[in-house]
Design a protein around this ligand. Structure first.
Ligand code: FRU
Length: 496
């Protein structure tokens, strides 16, 4: 199908039910499908929205264009979970059906209210006949039955000092006041900023101007700003598009970064950074638009889009694209942001198998012949070794995902998807590398789910995420190294 602008933005009523059912079936039956991650029921998934705890369950919505693998007219698709691992599809919750969101119900957030409703704040993307965009910040209330009522009027109109790029409100309650953080591009300088608004009643919003959080220029646009408190310290998560790589290095088309603050003040908005520059939230290939929130259980949870703007993926030919990451629990330890799988991830484990180092032939040490496509692999690689771990590999190991490790002097870990089947975004390279502490054991917790790989390194000091599109029958897991690799490990097939 040729995706003209008309096709992308036509009213949902113009699509017939048969097309939607066919797209749903195609996605469900894909050989590359994820089975314990949130994936689109049909079409394209992008940003997580409204990640929250409300009415006794966790909620997340995702940006969805249900009718194909392209960025068309966006809605919010609603998911709920008791434990952040088992998710239920609730269907479309916010549909672009008013003049203010005529060209998409864009990203936003959610906050449970004392009244018993869940307040949704989002960007209505409106374009006029000349395709001139006006971004309206809109509100809606969801009741405990999941019924959504949109508020009649925009809550925030774009101020004159921002360009048409003004979106993705995060609404939070802080010191008994409501605040909204918004991604923006300055009209005059065309640089990226975060605008802060304040409200007592969620109706009248007062513009507090730009958040002062860095001396450096944050690219040409900041998308999806998100403030979360981790071990009582503020952590700002954001996507500074076009960020100068001399300020903070990254390899993906657009980065998703975080900056830890010493403290924050939202009235006269200023965050004193505790780091010289922002850092990548994920050291792999595809994480973007992450949202985190402080849950009533006292924990800070994070979820991300695994996919990137302006990037095509191999499943586009199957009519669907992208997924959300697993939820991670955030921790600040020794001034560093750690990410952990949530406790309930353990409930997916089936019978575990201890892996033993003895199966070595020539330079190859076979760990698994048939790993399956949904599993967790926990390994501790002893210090002062180097070699490669092959995952989702063909029997001869010529194809597969590779982790090249060195736990000696120049300690590093490289995730290489260059030989892992169908190519993805190769203009941005096929490897991602992090440094590791020298002469130390390295601990890896690897999650595979179809075409998604998430590697937690050293108890979540780093996470490396990758989509990869290997032949699903390629299921060999093996080390290749000059010397026998000294390690301990456990493998669990995971429930779908
Ligand atoms: C980020 C983003 C947001 C926007 C949404 C539209 O991926 O561009 O800034 O609200 O996607 O789907």
């Amino acid at each position: 199908m040729k995706w003209t602008t008309e096709k992308r933005y036509q009213n949902y009523d113009n699509w017939d039910a048969a097309t939607l059912l066919q797209l749903q079936a195609q996605a469900a039956n894909s050989p590359y499908q994820m089975h314990y991650h949130i994936r689109p029921q049909s079409g394209l998934l992008n940003d997580p929205n409204g990640f929250s705890y409300y009415n006794g369950e966790f909620h997340v919505f995702y940006q969805n264009f249900p009718f194909g693998p392209v960025h068309g007219l966006k809605s919010w698709f609603h998911m709920t979970s008791p434990d952040l691992v088992h998710w239920e599809n609730k269907g479309l919750a916010l549909i672009p059906d008013t003049v203010y969101d005529s060209h998409g119900a864009y990203s936003g957030s959610a906050l449970p209210l004392p009244s018993g409703d869940l307040f949704l704040m989002y960007t209505g993307n409106h374009r006029d006949a000349d395709w001139i965009r006006t971004p309206y910040q809109l509100g809606a209330l969801m009741d405990s039955k999941g019924n959504v009522t949109k508020l009649d009027h925009p809550l925030i109109m774009p101020p004159d000092y921002v360009s048409e790029h003004f979106r993705d409100p995060q609404v939070i309650r802080y010191n008994d006041t409501y605040y909204a953080l918004l991604g923006a591009q300055d009209q005059e300088t065309k640089t990226g900023h975060i605008v802060v608004y304040k409200s007592r009643d969620l109706k009248q919003w007062q513009d507090l101007g730009y958040l002062d959080f860095t001396e450096q220029e944050m690219g040409y646009m900041i998308e999806c700003p998100n403030l979360v408190f981790v071990n009582d310290q503020p952590v700002l998560i954001f996507c500074p598009q076009g960020l100068d790589k001399n300020i903070a290095s990254y390899d993906n088309i657009y980065p998703n970064m975080y900056l830890i603050g010493e403290d924050i003040r939202l009235n006269g908005p200023k965050m004193t950074p505790a780091q010289p520059q922002p850092l990548n939230l994920d050291d792999g290939f595809d994480v973007y638009a992450s949202q985190a929130f402080n849950a009533p259980d006292g924990k800070a949870y994070l979820i991300s889009w695994v996919g990137l703007p302006d990037t095509t993926y191999p499943t586009d030919s199957e009519g669907w694209a992208n997924c959300l990451s697993q939820v991670k629990e955030l921790e600040l330890r020794d001034g560093h942001l750690y990410q952990h799988p949530v406790v309930a991830m353990g409930s997916l484990r089936q019978q575990g198998t201890l892996l033993r180092p003895e199966r070595r032939v020539n330079d190859r040490q076979q760990l698994l012949d048939q790993s399956g496509n949904q599993y967790e692999l926990r390994l501790t690689l002893r210090k002062n070794q180097h070699g490669s771990l092959h995952l989702a590999a063909s029997a001869d190991l010529s194809q597969g995902l590779r982790l090249d490790f060195n736990t000696g002097a120049d300690a590093s870990l490289t995730l290489d998807r260059g030989q892992a089947g169908l190519a993805v975004a190769t203009d941005y390279g096929t490897t991602r590398t992090i440094t590791l502490p020298a002469h130390r054991d390295c601990q890896l917790d690897i999650f595979i789910d179809g075409s998604l790989c998430e590697v937690f390194v050293n108890d979540g000091h780093n996470v490396m995420t990758a989509r990869f599109f290997a032949d699903p029958s390629h299921q060999t897991v093996a080390f290749v190294a000059e010397q026998a690799i000294d390690f301990t490990g456990t493998y669990w097939p995971l429930k779908k």
